[in-house]
Design a protein around this ligand. Sequence first.
Ligand code: PXP
Length: 240
Amino acid sequence: MIALHINIDHVATVRQARQISEPDPVTAAGLVELAGADGITIHLREDRRHIIDRDVRILRETVQTRLNLEMAATAEMFGIALETRPDIVTLVPEKREEVTTEGGLDVAGAPESMHKGIAQLREAGIRVSLFIDPEEEQIEASQKAGAEDVELHTGCYANAERGILQDKEYERLVSAAEFANEQNLQVNAGHGLNYINTQRICGLPHLRELNIGHSIVSRAIFVGLTQAVQEMREIIILNS
Ligand code: PXP
């Protein structure tokens, strides 16, 4: 079955709105694991706008499933990852002014320092995933860079108008998933997925993991985290 990794950044967004200690993403992680999540994803941003260093440290100790740390490919972040040793590191592009991650990582044009960082993570036994647009050039570059996984950016599919435009974006994802599998890369996907558009994404060939955050945390405000996770899991179970 396709694994569901839940991004709990936006629990921390609510906490940081007041700069106090609640709601604690550590509590959220425990709850979503109990509800059936296969992994916990967090993005430690340079500006610490939601997840903060303390969360990474504590979650490393408390997460019982798998901890996936999303981060920019900077010297600071490679240092934190090597020290805290999450199960997976997903490298993402990061711009201070963006509201959320925009576009995939340009692996094809990446500097040598990124390749060195990936090699260090792998030597430390950390799985490396690269968040990329569904393009052959980026997939080939990811394979050459030494990644084990690619996370295909589903944002364009999610934002496209339903109909021909969304069908086109879906076909791009299908081709990319086939190509990534041929390159011996594990195929993951995420960004912008919700309770409506995830169903079709589950039909992508070779798909192993989904990373979903905002829609689940949003629904949790109304129905609670447990139900929000279980409803997404049901969509995945029915369509895997
Ligand atoms: N995957 C990556 C690489 C991301 O950066 C994000 C957003 O932090 C997600 C998945 C989850 O996206 P969303 O919150 O839209 O579900």
